[in-house]
Design a binder for this molecule. Structure first.
Ligand SMILES: Nc1ncnc2c1ncn2[C@@H]1O[C@H](COP(=O)(O)OP(=O)(O)OP(=O)(O)O)[C@@H](O)[C@H]1O
Ligand SMILES: O=P(O)(O)OC[C@H]1O[C@H](OP(=O)(O)OP(=O)(O)O)[C@H](O)[C@@H]1O
Ligand SMILES: [Mg+2]
Length: 409
């Protein structure tokens, strides 16, 4: 495998194509760790491609020097995307967690969060957030998993503290033309087996993901392949004759469709969304960093968990709370967070209080709302009130426990 840079694609400066091993030498044993449940995507990036290395103009992310003393500073630094798709969503997410980023004007790259007085926000390009986490200039960051995987290159100093921030959803995928020799090619296997590719004439892939791309191809046993790189509008490359395939981010699929390209089975390299990432060194060595990440994590988990839920309150006629409970618990989707809350509703008649109804309170997933309302009605529920849930603070924060285990604390 080699890296090909046709003159009509943007070239990295010659100094950036280094023949020496990558600064960050990834290996399965140094894979960066994920706190949480979405491990699937990272399994795809577990081994090292030694024959291909690229560093970019303003430098690859430096590997933290083992045993180096961490530079002292008072403030914990959180990196947020300075522009692009992730920028507004990251700030909005923090706002939904009652963490208000006070940025005086959009060109000011430092900001405060009054709720976290020991923390300052630094706005940076997503790839620079990853680089600066590794160099120790940032302690925490919010970026897309694609950027983290591409620029973090599985460095063990990077810990994903929350792997599903629920914004920036997209996937990194191979796409090929839907015409010509590719018309009947619908899978990575079929693409690899095409007789056209050989050592002299390899499959040419245009991508901005020059770390993940070659690695994925190698893991999938595709050897007759070369990569070229560009900063954008990659979808034009096949029609321009520059590449046979592209490897790029896809969300709606519109750009592919408009350029007569199609995805193929087995061609997804990575599923991505926003993640909260931390520097292991910062968490273990910087005073206050662990407390800050705990607070951010608790708020994020409480908000994100609540985001998918509605609270449903309904009145049900019954002779006792037990009878109503039994009736409700027989209905599958009405179990609430820890079983339904059932309370008597007092009515008065001729000055006497009596119980005719019971109010039940349950949490239901947003997607199951209508089915739940129908079930409630079927068992005699009336006056159904539905309201959004703002936060669900569980007894403990599952990802916090995982983080502590990961840090061996
Ligand atoms: N359709 C999409 N295309 C690209 N990125 C997407 C898409 N949907 C979500 N994202 C997320 O947004 C991040 C990049 O956004 P954007 O391209 O605006 O940022 P950028 O870093 O400014 O990129 P660029 O270097 O192209 O200027 C991606 O890393 C990815 O996590
Ligand atoms: O599936 P879709 O919703 O169509 O989105 C995918 C497109 O969006 C991104 O490009 P971007 O808009 O960042 O432009 P660029 O290619 O110039 O970077 C990405 O590189 C794809 O081209
Ligand atoms: Mg872009």
């Amino acid at each position: 495998m080699s890296l090909l840079l046709p003159s009509n694609l943007q070239q990295c400066p010659s100094s950036s194509l280094s023949p020496s091993p990558p600064l960050l030498s990834p290996s399965p044993s140094t894979a960066f760790s994920v706190v949480g449940t979405r491990r699937r995507c990272l399994r795809l990036v577990t081994s090292c491609v030694s024959s291909v290395q690229i560093s970019v103009a303003n430098g690859s992310a430096p590997a933290p020097v083992p045993g180096a003393v961490i530079v002292e500073r008072e403030q914990i630094r959180l990196g947020l995307p300075s522009k692009g798709r992730m920028a507004a969503d990251a700030i909005d997410l923090l706002k939904d967690c009652q963490l208000f980023v006070k940025q005086v004007n959009p060109r000011q790259y430092v900001a405060q969060i009054p709720q976290l007085p020991n923390t300052e926000v630094w706005f940076q390009r997503p790839k620079d957030i990853v680089r600066k986490l590794l160099s120790g200039d940032l302690d925490l960051g919010i970026v897309g998993l694609d950027t983290l995987s591409e620029y973090g290159q599985e460095n063990e100093d990077l810990i994903i503290v929350h792997e599903a921030l629920n914004f920036g959803d997209c996937h990194l995928s191979i796409a090929i033309p839907n015409y010509g020799i590719f018309e009947n090619i619908n899978s990575l296997k079929e693409l690899a087996q095409m007789p056209q590719w050989n050592e002299q004439r390899p499959l040419r892939v245009a991508t901005g993901f020059t770390y993940l791309g070659p690695k994925f191809m190698q893991e999938n046993g595709i050897h007759h392949v070369t990569f070229s790189t560009a900063d954008g509008a990659l979808e034009a490359a096949p029609a321009m004759g520059i590449a046979d395939a592209i490897l790029d981010l896809v969300s709606s699929g519109t750009t592919l469709k408009e350029n007569n390209l199609k995805e193929i089975e087995g061609g997804v390299v990575l599923e991505s969304q926003g993640v909260l990432v931390a520097s292991r060194r910062a968490l273990t060595e910087r005073k206050g960093a662990l407390n800050t990440v705990h607070e951010i994590l608790e708020r994020l988990e409480a908000h994100l968990k609540a985001d998918g839920q509605f609270t449903v309150v309904a009145n049900m006629r019954g002779n006792s709370a037990d009878e109503v409970a039994e009736c409700v618990l027989n209905q599958l989707s009405m179990s609430g967070l820890q079983g339904p809350t059932i309370s008597p509703v007092y009515c008065t008649e001729e000055g006497k209080a009596f119980v005719d109804y019971y109010a039940i309170v349950i949490c239901v997933p947003k997607k199951a709302l209508y089915a739940s309302v129908k079930q409630l009605r079927a068992v005699g529920g009336s006056g159904v009130l539905v309201s959004p849930v703002t936060y669900i603070f569980d007894e403990d924060t599952p990802r916090w426990g995982q983080l502590l285990r990961n840090l061996k604390l």
